[in-house]
Structures are given as C-alpha cells and as structure tokens.
Ligand binder design. Structure first.
Ligand SMILES: *Cc1c(COP(=O)(O)O)cnc(C)c1O
Length: 386
C-alpha cells in the first residue's frame, strides 16, 4: 500500500457517515411514493405502454427541465438513437462525439449507420472542448451548400453530441456557436445531468434534441428508462410516433406508416419515475452536500484534486470524481485496488471510445486532454445518504 493510496482511503472514510461493509458507487433510493404508484399500476392492470403515469412523468420532466416536450422511452441508449434519427442523421454520415463518454453515445451513432468522429475534452468541464473543436473543424471541414463535409473522408458531418460528464455541464454557449457556424445539429447527451444547470438554465435546453437516462445507477431511476427532450413540437410528435411502432391512431385497426420502434416506456416504469422525480430536489441537495464534504477533505492532499463544478454551472454531482495531479498517474491503479479491497467501490473513467475494437478506425482529432483525464480520473461513492 502506498502512502497516497492509504491517505485517499482514510480521507474517504472520514467523509462517509456510512460504515457498511460495502459502499457502492451509486445506489438508488426509494423513500417516496414508489410502492404506492407501482401498486396502483398492478391494481388497475395498467402496467404496459399506455397509462396515466407515462403522461404524468413526461409532463413532470418537461416542467422540471424547462424544455417544452419530453417523450419517455425504454432507455437512454434508444433515446439517443431516436434523437439522432429525428435530427436527420443518415447512413454514411459522421457525428462528432467526445472519446471520453459512455459507450452508448457512440453506439447510438453506429445504429443509424453513421460513423462516430471522436473529439477531445477540456479539463475544466471534463466534456467536449468547443474551442478545440472549432479550430479542428476550420482545418478539416468545408461548408458546401449549407452542409458541412469532412474534407479528408468526403463524408457529411451532420451532428455534434456533447455529453455532460458525471453531471457537469459542458460549455454550452460557445459550443452552440460552433454548431451554428458549421451547420451542425446539436444533440445533448444529458443522460447524467438531470438536475444540472448551465448559466441558470437546465441542461438539455441547447440541443435541438436532448436525451436523459433513468437507468438504475442514474440520479433518478425507473428501473430502466430514458427520455427525449425537445422544444420542437413537430419533432416531439415524431418521436412519440416512431417510439410507438409508427402506429396510426385507430380504435381497432393496425396501420403503420413507416418503420417504427417499440421504444415506449411502460407505465409501471413511469410510475417509479413519478415517485422518484418528486424526490429529485432532495437527492440533489444531498449530493451537493456530499460533494462539498469531499471537496474540503481533499483540499489538503496536494497529489489529488476533487473535481468541482465549472464556474458557470450548478451540477447534480451525479458521480463524484477525484483527479490525480499530473505526474501521479502511476498511483491510479493502486488507489483503485486499495479502495475496492476495503469495501469502497471506486472505478476509473470509461476506456476512451476510440480505443475500443469496433471504433478504433473511426476518424478522430488529437485527444491529448481526454487521454490525460483517463489516466488520472477516479470515481468515488456518490449515493444519496452517505
Ligand atoms: C447512462 C448513459 C446513457 C444511456 O444509458 P441507458 O442505460 O441506455 O439508459 C447514455 N449516455 C451516457 C453518457 C450515459 O451515462
């Protein structure tokens, strides 16, 4: 055990009020009306793809985020897939995504037949770096008849999908400008950022479409689930239509006017969501409080910094993050080993996507910052109630 790893273990132990033998990274909490609402589904028989909880959950999501419309679907990955399709991404296109994200961001691009094009992140947000993207696009792209093309591959670049890493908003205003100047559609992967605000406005308000996830480890959960957010009511109606097998409304006839998907969120999952979202303000208060305690505890350790929200943002602190200072990368695996050996679940960031076998030949820019973050980043326990 190195001194540093031991210090990290002691520091985290001192912050946590829980003394359970195993402390998970992020566990769900059901302290509200989850049981009552789910029982109501069982008692009435409305468990599947229609029911009042789906409508109520969608309304609550729209209200909370300030986006006009929310469409609930079975998970965040298919929300991304639908959002990309609705944005007009076609086979043979390229879509800009950070290499530092969960694999779903790139998989959804691949499902449409397009290719992910990997870009770098910035240290201050952990998310896509708008300045570096602009310089890069000036270099490798050209606009022809209002459409952006990659000069090196000849392919159309259609969209940009930033991701708000661990709930910390990317620098959305400059990114929005870059997208406008290069005729690119902005789609926010806000799977981790429900409850996170950028300059006072909820994430998900900058994209033409945005995406949430309610997987078991997210800030609120429906067991499995996701949503598409959009201010464009035509796109919202299309999202609902495509996610319900593109079925034309009729009392008894089954007619479909295009190839749709069975992506709608079941009512029983939405019931969980309705109860969870009632507690979201409490969850966020607790999580921000835990982050504050971590932050002051790590202040005295010079080899490590606790990652704090960007100045222009108010984050949900979905997953708390520590970063080894440059020059201490070699300590990462020892720290991970010691924490996990002692019942404190900790993990490194996702393997950068451009290194995965299915994406290793995709186009990419210089990825220096993402590589550095991958080598230094550790997630530590973040559940409500610690
Ligand atoms: C969780 C997550 C998703 C979607 O996940 P699902 O498990 O399909 O709901 C997408 N992108 C990111 C960045 C995520 O963290």
């Amino acid at each position: 055990m190195t001194d540093l790893a031991e210090t990290v273990l002691t520091t985290i132990r001192n912050v946590l009020s829980s003394h359970r033998a195993l402390i998970g990274l992020h566990e769900p909490l059901f302290k509200g009306k989850e049981g009552e609402y789910v029982k109501e589904c069982l008692d009435t028989g409305w468990v599947s793809s229609v029911g009042k909880f789906v409508d109520r959950f969608e309304k609550k999501l729209a209200e909370y985020t300030g986006v006009k419309r929310a469409i609930a679907v079975v998970n965040g990955t298919c929300a991304l897939h639908l959002a990309l399709k609705l944005a007009g991404v076609e086979p043979g296109n390229e879509v800009i995504v950070p290499t530092l994200t969960f694999v779903a961001t790139a998989n959804a691009v691949a499902y449409t037949g397009a290719t992910p094009h990997f870009v770098d992140s910035e240290e201050g947000t952990l998310g896509l770096d708008p300045d570096k993207l602009e310089t890069y696009l000036n270099d490798i792209s050209e606009i022809r008849k209002g459409t952006c093309y990659n000069k090196l591959t000849g392919k159309r670049i259609t969209a940009v999908v930033p991701m708000h890493v661990f709930g910390h908003p990317v620098d959305l205003d400059p990114l929005f400008e870059v997208c406008k100047n290069f005729k690119l559609i902005l789609i926010e992967d806000a799977a981790e950022s429900l409850g996170s605000f950028y300059k006072g406005k909820h994430t998900g308000n900058w994209g033409k479409l945005s995406v949430l996830s309610f997987n078991g480890n997210k800030i609120i959960t429906t067991g499995g689930g996701g949503a598409i957010l959009t201010n464009d009511s035509t796109l919202a109606d299309r999202a609902k239509h495509l996610s319900t097998t593109a079925k034309l409304p009729h009392k008894w006839e089954y007619n479909h006017d295009e190839i749709g998907y069975n992506y709608r969120l079941p009512n029983i999952n939405a019931a969980l969501g309705c109860a969870q979202i009632e507690n979201l303000p409490y969850f966020i208060k607790e999580k921000r409080n835990l982050a504050k305690r971590y932050q002051s505890a790590f202040e005295s350790i010079k080899e490590i910094s606790f990652f704090s929200e960007p100045d222009n943002a108010k984050s949900n602190y979905w997953l708390n993050t520590i970063l080894l200072e440059q020059g201490f990368e070699h300590e990462r695996d020892t720290v991970l080993q010691i924490l996990n050996d002692n019942g404190i679940q900790a993990r490194p960031v996702w393997t950068l996507l451009h290194k995965l076998p299915m994406y290793k030949d995709c186009p990419k820019m210089d990825l220096t910052t993402a590589k550095s973050l991958e080598a230094r980043l550790i997630n530590i326990p973040s559940s409500v109630g610690l």
